[in-house]
Design a protein around this ligand. Structure first.
Ligand SMILES: O=C(O)CCC(=O)C(=O)O
Ligand SMILES: [Fe+2]
Length: 200
C-alpha cells in the first residue's frame, strides 16, 4: 500500500472543533482491491433505529469490529464487536500513523447507492471516550459529507474522495452535527470505516 504524500488540510471548521481532510491515502488499485474485499467478506447486517417512535430497519448495512467485544448499542438492541481482520488492522494502522491518534474499534457502513445516507447526528454516545478523535476512511462512490453547528447553524461541506481520510477531533462532536446526504447522482456502492476510541 503506497501512501500519497498530500498535505492534510487546515481545520475545515471555523470554530468549536477540528476536522482535517487528508484526501486520498490509498492508490487506485489498493482502493479497488480493498473495496471488493470489504463488499464480499464483511458480514454486513441491517441497522435498526427509532424514527417518529417506530422501529425501522435501514437498508444501509453495518458491521462492528474492535480490540475487545465492545457493545455497539442502537435503539435497545446491541451488536458485539468482531475481531479485526488483517485488512482492517492494516487500515487502522495507516489511519493511526497519519492522524497521530489511536483507535480500538471501527464501525463500517455500506450504502448500496445514493438513495441511502445518514441523517444529522453526533458520535457522542457515552461508550465513546469524550472528545476522542474519529478517523473516517471512504471507499467507492464519492459522496458529499456535511457539518452543521448545533447553535449557530453554520454549515461546512466537502466531497469524500475514494480512499480518502477525514479526521474529526477536539470538541467537534459537542458542537457540530454531521450527515451523509442522500443523492440522485450516485448509483454506486460506498463503504465507510469510522475508527473510534471506546471506553475500556
Ligand atoms: O458514512 C460516513 O461517511 C459517515 C458515517 C458516520 O457518520 C457514522 O458512522 O457515524
Ligand atoms: Fe457519525
Amino acid at each position: 500500500m503506497d501512501l500519497f504524500s498530500r498535505e492534510p488540510s487546515a481545520n475545515l471548521l471555523p470554530r468549536d472543533g477540528e476536522v482535517i481532510y487528508f484526501g486520498p491515502i490509498l492508490d487506485a488499485s489498493d482502493h479497488e482491491n480493498h473495496l471488493q474485499t470489504l463488499l464480499e467478506s464483511v458480514p454486513w447486517e441491517s441497522d435498526e433505529l427509532v424514527m417518529f417512535g417506530r422501529r425501522v430497519t435501514t437498508s444501509r448495512k453495518v458491521a462492528w469490529y474492535g480490540d475487545r467485544p465492545f457493545a455497539y448499542k442502537y435503539s435497545g438492541s446491541e451488536k458485539v464487536a468482531l475481531a479485526w481482520t488483517s485488512l482492517l488492522q492494516d487500515l487502522k494502522r495507516r489511519v493511526e500513523d497519519l492522524s497521530g491518534e489511536r483507535f480500538n474499534s471501527c464501525l463500517l457502513n455500506l450504502y448500496h447507492d445514493g438513495s441511502e445516507g445518514m441523517g444529522w447526528h453526533r458520535d457522542d454516545e457515552s461508550a465513546i471516550v469524550r472528545d476522542s478523535a474519529i478517523g473516517s476512511l471512504s471507499f467507492g462512490a464519492e459522496r458529499k459529507f456535511s457539518f452543521k453547528h448545533a447553535e449557530t447553524k453554520e454549515g461546512v461541506s466537502l466531497v469524500l474522495e475514494k480512499g480518502s481520510l477525514l479526521v474529526m477531533k477536539g470538541e467537534t462532536q459537542r458542537h457540530w452535527l454531521h450527515a451523509l446526504p442522500k443523492t440522485k447522482k450516485s448509483n454506486e456502492p460506498r463503504v465507510n470505516l469510522t475508527f473510534r476510541r471506546m471506553k475500556e
